[in-house]
Write a protein that binds this ligand. Structure first.
Ligand code: DLZ
Ligand code: SF4
Length: 509
């Protein structure tokens, strides 16, 4: 029988309830999924991230086939595989001759452009996975010419009726409890906690791991620790594990770091959300059920990540692309330092965060923002290069989230669209929030001399370098008061030391 609908399912669209399946008919329709080398190599990606995508895709294929659906699937090492979305999808269209082709709107502007060029034209279905549609965000942005995350978040809380009373007032009398959410662990380190649930790879995943090891030997990262959930039901178990064991302490310790501890009280769910193995609605429902009796500051702090930050970032991406990718408001042009790929540095905080990244394709949000991102910001690395590194190294990164998060929020490349000020800080911040500095050869309080902390040296240099732009920013007032207290000769020596750090750390620049 002639093929009616061909539903193309991309690697981050693994939801059988998505709009692309709304009128799926097992007798007349089929699913197309393609593993293509170009997606693994357009930016050289972490082996664990590749294994995660391919394993999740193959499990999705198997579940759909077991449910009686026809799935056409290209494995990466099929001899006929043409290696790119454009060519591999064209090859299948030519062979299958479907009457109609549908796909869920892709999460990557680059991929959407490729799919737009296909003939016959592909129908894009609205991605209902998100709680704020692109049109709704557009309407919000029209009434808020400089959209701010906090305003957006409060609108979403009211609209979804989450943690608000009948009059639209926030539960507990405040929209956020940030003041309770900045605790460090102190001398004793993190309290005893249940280790995060691991998912033993099954035969399908083990096959994928072997394929990735064979096909991508030069890619960064390790595969030995692969223990990620790769199906919808494993994702559900991972969610239950978080709400039961970690959510209660997620709030107060969300900004804290500790040597050798990659996960602490973080959810580790972003990758599952981003591949649509979990829906944000499901995550919110479980968090609000609150089986572990988490306090309000933890519940609210987590909900904000899902319905505020995540949806806001996506809205900004689709509102601003493609120009957004080229923004570089601070004219930063250095490459990412070579040790970001190896962890070979004597800066303890960076060494630890990069080690987590190499071992688990993961670092938690404060390591990303206030260690890995911060160092690149202070150094003056090109924001798009930081985004590409982020895409390379984290299992959960996809373009729509990584670009505004990295180029925008962490590097201030967008000049204040996602953040009202740059996240600039010295080594003192890292000292306050971790045990790293106590074990480091550098001193976070020193900006000059043998033991000067590179973060601190570069911090003063950053403030001085961008004085014109930021000295009038009300939120940076205190930082500039402190800069002005520095004696001119000292500042000049700091700036010379910063220049030599930059030359040493990015010698190819
Ligand atoms: C990240 C990734 C990788 C490594 N491989 C594939 C693939 O082979 N096939 C696929 O459909 N998607 C892959 N992805 C995800 C895409 O790069 C991209 O993030 C999404 O398709 C954008 O919607
Ligand atoms: Fe990092 Fe500086 Fe602290 Fe060392 S002293 S761990 S480089 S912040």
């Amino acid at each position: 029988m002639k093929l009616r609908n061909l539903v193309l399912v991309l690697g981050d669209q693994l939801d059988p309830q998505s709009a692309a399946f709304d009128d799926f008919n097992d007798a007349t329709d089929a699913i197309l999924m393609v593993e293509v080398r170009e997606e693994a190599a357009y930016v050289r990606q972490h082996k664990m991230r590749l294994a995660f995508f391919f394993a999740a895709m193959r499990h999705f294929r198997n579940t759909q086939q077991n449910a009686g659906r026809r799935v056409i699937y290209s494995e990466l090492d099929d001899p006929d595989n043409r290696g790119s979305f454009a060519q591999e999808i064209r090859r299948h269209i030519a062979a299958l001759k479907p009457r109609h082709i549908k796909v869920l709107a892709p999460g990557d502007w680059r991929v959407k452009t490729v799919l737009r060029a296909l003939r016959p034209a592909v129908e894009f279905c609205e991605d209902r996975h998100f709680l704020c549609s692109i049109a709704e965000f557009e309407a919000f942005a029209n009434t808020h010419p400089r959209p701010v995350m906090e305003t957006f978040y409060r609108m979403m809380r009211r609209r979804l009726g989450i943690l608000v009373d009948a009059a639209g007032k926030p539960s507990g009398g405040a929209w956020n409890f940030d003041a309770d959410n900045r605790q460090a662990f102190g001398r004793n380190g993190p309290p005893l906690h249940t280790p995060m649930k691991r998912f033993e790879p099954d035969a399908v995943t083990r096959n994928v791991i072997a394929m990735v090891a064979r096909e991508f030997p030069g890619h960064p990262g390790r595969l030995e620790n692969f223990d990620l959930p790769v199906t919808g039901s494993e994702a559900e178990t991972a969610l239950a594990d978080f709400v039961q064991h970690r959510l209660a302490d997620f709030g107060r310790y969300q900004d804290a770091m500790h040597g050798g501890e990659a996960f602490l009280f973080h959810s580790h769910l972003a990758g599952l959300l981003n591949l649509h193995l979990l829906s944000p609605q499901r995550v919110i429902d479980r968090v609000l059920e609150n089986p572990g009796n988490a306090p309000l500051n933890a519940v609210e702090g987590f909900i904000r990540q899902i319905i505020g930050w995540r949806e806001f970032i996506r809205g900004i991406y689709w509102q601003r692309m493609p120009e957004y990718a080229g923004l570089n408001s601070l004219d930063a042009g250095l490459p990412v330092p070579a040790f970001y790929w190896t962890g070979e540095t004597d800066m303890r905080c960076l060494q630890d965060a990069i080690r987590h990244t190499i071992d688990h394709a993961y670092a938690h949000h404060i390591e990303r923002l206030m260690v890995l991102g911060l160092f690149c910001l202070l150094l003056g690395v090109a924001p798009y290069a930081v985004h590409l590194w982020h895409m390379s190294m984290f299992w959960d990164a996809v373009d729509w989230v990584s670009l505004p998060n990295t180029l925008g929020m962490s590097q201030y490349g967008d000049g204040g669209i996602t953040a009202t000020k740059p996240y600039a800080a010295s080594g003192n911040y890292i000292d306050r929030m971790s045990n790293h500095c106590r074990q480091c050869r550098y001193d976070p309080h020193q900006s000059l001399g043998e033991t000067a902390c590179p973060f601190t040296t570069l911090y003063w240099d950053f403030l001085a370098r961008h004085q014109q732009r930021f000295a009038t920013n009300a939120r940076m007032r205190q930082q500039y008061v402190n800069l002005r207290r520095k004696e001119a000769g000292e500042l000049q020596r700091i700036r010379l030391a910063a220049a030599s750090l930059k030359a040493r750390m990015t010698p190819s620049a």
